[in-house]
Design a protein around this ligand. Structure first.
Ligand code: ZN
Length: 136
């Protein structure tokens, strides 16, 4: 059994953004010699999140619109008196901070339209992705 651990950096481009990190993560899997196993992807942030879905541009805009409707940026959330980003923390709670995914043949075993998506809600920033691979 092999275990590999690493961190990737991802630059987000605006306050709300979705970055397809699938290729970056698969490149890391290749560098560590992954075969078949499991990959944990963890975002060590409280105002960004990780999701698996289709990266069609219209859908990515829809996801951000839904998040804005649900989390109401600029509303009178109590946390906005501290640092004005309550909506991003709430979005993080809704979406979550990690995914565990199957790896086969050194690549993510995703469905045809599935991509690994970093969701930024308080950017632009440099975000980290913690990766832990366990497998053969
Ligand atoms: Zn905050």
């Amino acid at each position: 059994m092999r275990v590999a651990q690493g961190t990737l950096e991802v630059k987000t481009r605006s306050k709300f953004d979705i970055i397809d990190v699938t290729e970056q993560v698969e490149s890391w899997l290749s560098r560590v010699g992954a075969g078949s196993g499991l990959l944990l992807v963890h975002v060590p942030h409280t105002t960004a999140a990780i999701a698996v879905n289709e990266a069609e541009p219209g859908l990515l805009s829809d996801i951000l619109e839904l998040l804005k409707e649900l989390t109401k940026p600029g509303a009178a959330w109590r946390h906005n008196m501290v640092d004005d980003n309550a909506h991003a923390h709430l979005g993080n709670v809704i979406i979550d901070t990690s995914k565990t995914l199957p790896v086969a043949g050194g690549k993510l075993a995703l469905g045809t339209w599935q991509r690994l998506l970093l969701i930024e809600m308080d950017g632009p920033r440099v975000r980290k992705l913690n990766l832990v691979y366990v497998g053969e």
